[in-house]
Design a protein around this ligand. Structure first.
Ligand code: C5P
Ligand code: MG
Length: 204
């Protein structure tokens, strides 16, 4: 039985370097439960890459926040969860789920991890990754073409119509809830050298 479960929340805009921070932490300390908020996207089966802006993935309603809250609460109580999986190419939740056993440390990473108070209240440490908009856009453009089956045109129109407004309306304002703001994400070696020993301690 686990005595106490600590949850670290990592948020920031699209392409800010949230996943890179988690990867860097995992390189030196892999003993934690990792939850990507992306896995809690609601299915948008009517969407294709041609009409990508018809669904707003950059709005809090795009996520199944209730299920995310439930799962974080369960892990906090030392209970296992069946974590959903998300398919970015077809914009839907996959059939299969992943059985996740609780561990003393949980890391949740995503766009709107600090948006809802009930979720914020479960977090023991809140990080905001603060990376300039132009850098984030370039990263997103490259990634979405390489990994998410997108075109230059679809990435640009989605960015201008929904991603950018969503960032300023729903993501950037949550910076005020952060305990720590990390500039430049996973490439900020100094920030990582402060963060990693703390994370290691929590995972014990
Ligand atoms: O990894 P990152 O934080 O960038 O992932 C979130 C982004 O994924 C959102 O900004 C959203 O626009 C995008 N997204 C998408 N297609 C989906 C689901 C999310 O482009 N089916
Ligand atoms: Mg990501």
């Amino acid at each position: 039985m686990i005595k106490e479960v600590k949850i670290i929340g990592i948020t920031g805009g699209s392409g800010s370097g949230k996943s890179t921070i988690v990867r860097k932490i995992a390189e030196v300390c892999s003993d934690f439960v990792f939850i990507a908020q992306d896995n809690y996207y609601r299915s948008a089966t009517f969407i294709s890459n041609a009409n990508i802006t018809a669904f707003n993935f950059d709005h809090p309603d795009a996520f199944d926040m209730e299920l995310l809250f439930q799962h974080l609460s369960d892990l906090k109580k030392g209970k296992p969860i069946q974590m959903p999986q998300y398919d970015f190419v077809h914009h839907r939740r996959k059939e299969e789920t992943v059985f996740v056993e609780p561990k003393p440390l949980v890391i949740i990473e995503g766009l709107m991890v600090l948006y809802e108070k009930n979720i914020r209240d479960l977090l023991d440490l809140k990080l905001y990754v603060d990376t300039p908009d132009d850098i984030r856009f370039i990263r997103r453009l490259k990634r979405d073409i390489a990994e998410r089956g997108r075109t230059v045109d679809s990435v640009c129109s989605q960015y201008l119509e929904v991603v950018r407004p969503g960032h300023f309306n729903f993501i950037e304002p949550t910076k005020e809830y952060a305990d720590i703001i990390i500039p430049e994400g996973g490439y900020n070696e100094n920030a990582l050298s402060v963060l990693i020993p703390f994370v290691k301690e929590l995972s014990r």
